[in-house]
Design a protein around this ligand. Structure first.
Ligand SMILES: C[C@H](O)[C@H](O)[C@@H](O)C(=O)CO
Length: 501
């Protein structure tokens, strides 16, 4: 019997993490191949508040990763390698003895409030953009480090190395420190034009430039599981590979597009809407429209925008549950469907939605302050969120077209958010073009493709995309109710003029 190439992917999102096995099966001898994915472990990712700060439960996440590795072997799989992808920007600091200093901050921690404005005034927004290519988001690594600097954090003085979350977890697994390229590009301290760390900027902020390791490309072997972990788990040798470690870009690498130039939306806690480029786009229009250039697979760059995403709905659901009103997502969507269309709209990217004490009340306040009826029911609130997201997607899609001079035939949506079919319908309606959805597990699949390529089973990532197309169904949503969506978009544009993003 021939061995089926098997890999283990860990995909960690802001709300939950998953371990999935990927098996590349030959469906006819010498013929076409398919990727079969099996989820073997799922765990919540719950941030922890200590005093005034919000942190990740990094050690808990490591423990869940170890459980995922154990389960893989207990279930009889023989993965050749494993790899981890996570959200961007966050990090741990390692001291001279190789130990973690403190507990990594969560990107929604409030320590960076006001720092976008402060650093733009101090250094110039133009310079910051030209040298990072990034959207001005308060949680970018640069602002987090600057907040620590301003607070005289002793951790910064004691730190020898900064490891971004996937690199940190890889370090715990292997004892090897590395910095993966796509994560490095989310820091705002990496210069995309020079493809190098921005040491003058680090020095200007009072940060030690030796904190940052030379980036490695996805597919690089980080090392083997440490002897200690193998003994603890009772598992054989296992290679740890650098994935496209930033989950957004991992998902983008798995978009089953047929055209070389396509627009995608990675839908989850965040909505990341963009398109792949070969080189970063760093002109003043990109700065004005506040887009990001983030590193992707194969050294590519992606022009994209972070949109607040389903976080707004997740937070409402959490608050309603606290009040004893517990509904599943399908139940929430059913309530939204039964309400009046386009009653009230919000700008999902207003920073007030970043981490408010009560999301439903924040939405109601936004509507009131903008002369709109405030949502009265759960269904009305959910509808307001989903319609507003869809309209925002149209705005950002059109901006991406304007910046790249490309007209996109439709939008590929991937990630967990595509399970919300109403959002997919609304998106097709809002953009007035087809929406193609799938696969749900795009980030984990992108992670697997990198491992399969590193193992020599795929010639390149394009062959990986063909594998995705052969393996996972795509659903199509056609645009409907076009005059209603046009009117809503006109209203939405007016709202954006009042409160620009
Ligand atoms: C901080 C955000 O999570 C990040 O910028 C975004 O790109 C992401 O990684 C979403 O998972």
């Amino acid at each position: 019997m021939t061995n089926i190439p098997t890999v283990l992917a860990f995909d960690l999102g802001a709300g939950s993490g998953r371990a999935l096995i990927g098996e590349m099966e030959e469906i006819a001898p010498g013929g076409s191949r398919q990727l079969k994915i099996t989820e073997i472990h799922r765990f919540p990712n719950v941030p922890v508040r200590i005093g005034e700060h919000l942190h990740w439960n990094t050690l808990g996440l490591l423990q869940e990763i170890k459980t995922g590795i154990s389960k893989a072997f207990q279930l009889g799989y023989k993965p050749e390698s494993c790899a981890i992808d996570t959200w961007g920007v966050d990090f741990g600091l390692i001291d001279a003895n190789g130990e973690l200093l403190g507990i990594p901050y969560h990107y929604r921690d409030r320590q960076t409030e006001g720092l976008v404005e402060e650093l733009s005034a101090k250094l110039g927004a133009e310079r910051l953009f030209a040298e990072s290519g990034l959207q001005f988001m308060p949680f970018n690594t640069m602002y987090q480090l600057y907040a620590m600097k301003k607070a005289n954090s002793p951790k910064l003085d004691a730190a020898e190395t900064l490891l971004l979350t996937p690199d940190l977890l890889n370090y715990f697994l292997t004892g090897r420190k590395a910095c993966e390229f796509t994560m490095a590009t989310t820091t705002q301290l990496y210069d995309p034009a020079k493809r190098a760390w921005n040491k003058p900027l680090m020095q200007g902020l009072g940060l030690s430039d030796s904190l940052f390791l030379e980036p490695v490309q996805p597919g690089t072997e980080i090392g083997q599981l440490t002897e200690e972990i193998r003994a603890e788990l009772g598992v054989p040798r296992l290679k740890v590979i650098a994935a496209v470690s930033h989950d957004t870009e991992s998902a983008a690498a798995a978009v089953p597009a047929s055209s070389p130039s396509f627009a995608y939306l990675v839908s989850g806690t965040w909505s990341l809407l963009g398109t792949q480029m070969q080189e970063p786009l760093l002109n003043p229009d990109v700065l004005k429209l506040d887009f990001s250039n983030e590193g992707g697979a194969g050294g590519s760059y992606h022009l994209l925008k972070n949109i607040m995403g389903l976080w707004i709905l997740q937070e409402c659901k959490r608050i309603w549950e606290q009040r004893g009103e517990t509904f599943s997502y399908p139940q929430l969507v059913a309530q939204a469907e039964a309400t009046e269309a386009f009653r009230s709209l919000i700008d999902p990217d207003d920073l007030r939605f970043m981490n408010p004490d009560s999301m439903p009340e924040e939405i109601a306040a936004y509507c009131r302050e903008n002369g709109q009826p405030q949502p009265r029911t759960i269904g009305e609130t959910v509808r307001c969120i989903l319609e507003s997201l869809a309209l925002k997607y149209r705005m950002v899609l059109e901006q991406a077209e304007q910046l790249t001079g490309t007209v996109f035939a439709g939008l590929h949506m991937v990630g967990g958010g595509i399970q919300n079919e109403l959002l997919c319908h609304f998106t097709a309606g809002a953009i007035g073009r087809p929406v193609w959805t799938g696969p749900v597990e795009a980030s984990a699949i992108g992670n697997m493709l990198v491992q399969l390529q590193a193992g020599g089973y795929l010639a390149d990532m394009q062959e990986g995309v063909e594998l995705v197309k052969a393996s996972f169904p795509i659903s199509t949503y056609e645009p409907e109710q076009q005059s209603e969506w046009q009117n809503a978009y006109a209203r939405y544009q007016q709202l954006m003029e009042v409160m620009p993003c």
